[in-house]
Design a protein around this ligand. Structure first.
Ligand SMILES: Nc1ncnc2c1ncn2[C@@H]1O[C@H](COP(=O)(O)OP(=O)(O)O)[C@@H](O)[C@H]1O
Ligand SMILES: [Mg+2]
Length: 302
């Protein structure tokens, strides 16, 4: 197969591991820096150009869209979708996952348990909102990532002043989430890596200092962990609700069972070392089975 990996950085572990496994399995694989692609549109021909070439003859694309370039990355993926090229992640699923409010709405609709979450834009609502949660509370920017944009407010005063500042000085329209703090799993969370409706690797992440955020980017460390059947089921249902074949589902263990924090469209590959699982190979196998099927179906009518 001819596979394109959309990634702005070929040196990232995730990108290089996918290249390695795809090559090992005999595929022709190329890394396309999507930030350097340009798009042409008219009524019949939605093309993607890269380094002076028109990109048309791929069997599959694997988007690894960065959080810093979601909009353009999704536009490039959409352009491939318009050509009928099979993509491991749809542009819409990536866009949905990058907005914590939108993702929470989708997960809630699918009946997936999450920390209680409240949203408003009005300073006048703050007291009413805070009455509905116990202290401390978590405040999140809907578009934050790597633990940046997540704040723990221990007192009502702190929560109130932080929310006021965010509501008033938030000019770019980012939504602000106010969330129940899950104290039982303070400083830890679980990453379940889902490929094709199965959990292929899972780890627990622990913050190294007294930070309540366990993101590896914030200095957290990971250890392999066995998930309960319920946790696996929740992770798989979350992936399905978000419309993702491959994703990283973040869970917290709580007194009322597993709660989903978020679903990542481009999960990191540090989990391979932590768990000793070949996640990249599973992804390429999934692409082989599913892209091949879609292309043969498409060609019937072509
Ligand atoms: N409601 C919560 N209760 C307790 N800890 C939380 C809660 N929400 C987030 N955290 C901690 O903060 C980290 C970052 O939050 P998350 O929502 O995943 O944002 P990001 O997209 O920045 O990773 C989580 O991995 C978890 O350790
Ligand atoms: Mg996270």
């Amino acid at each position: 197969m001819k596979i394109a990996i959309l990634s702005n950085n070929p040196n990232l572990v995730s990108t290089s591991r996918l290249v390695e496994e795809a090559s090992k399995r005999g595929h022709e694989v190329e890394v396309i820096r999507y930030r350097d692609c340009y798009l042409t549109l008219d009524d019949k021909h939605p093309y993607v150009f890269y380094e002076g070439r028109k990109l048309t003859d791929y069997d599959a694309i694997i988007p690894r869209i960065s959080n810093t370039m979601t909009k353009y990355g999704c536009a490039v993926v959409r352009q491939f979708e318009m050509q009928g090229i099979w993509t491991l992640s749809s542009s819409i699923s990536i866009a949905r996952s990058r907005d914590k409010l939108r993702a929470a709405q989708i997960l809630a609709k699918a009946g997936i348990d999450m920390p209680k979450t409240l949203v408003s834009r009005s300073p006048a609502d703050i007291d009413i909102l805070l009455e509905q949660l116990e202290l401390p509370v978590v405040i999140k920017l809907a578009t934050g990532t790597h633990g940046n944009g997540v704040v723990l407010a221990e007192t009502k005063k702190a929560a109130k002043s932080a929310l006021q500042a965010l509501y008033i000085y938030n000019d770019d329209g980012t939504n602000i989430l106010l969330q129940e703090y899950i104290k039982e799993s303070a400083g830890t969370d679980i990453r379940a890596f889902v490929v094709g409706g199965k959990v292929v690797a899972s780890m627990q992440r622990q913050s190294l200092d007294d930070d309540f955020r366990s993101n590896l980017h914030k200095g957290g460390s990971g250890t392999a962990i066995k998930l309960t059947d319920e946790e696996k089921k929740v992770a798989i249902r979350s992936a399905k609700a978000m419309g993702m074949h491959v994703c990283g589902v973040d869970l917290m263990r709580s007194e009322r069972g597993p709660l989903v924090l978020e679903v990542n469209a481009s999960p990191g590959f540090g989990i391979e070392k932590v768990t000793n699982r070949n996640v990249a190979e599973k992804i390429i196998e999934y692409v082989e089975h599913n892209a091949a099927r879609k292309n043969s179906k498409d060609r019937v009518g072509a």
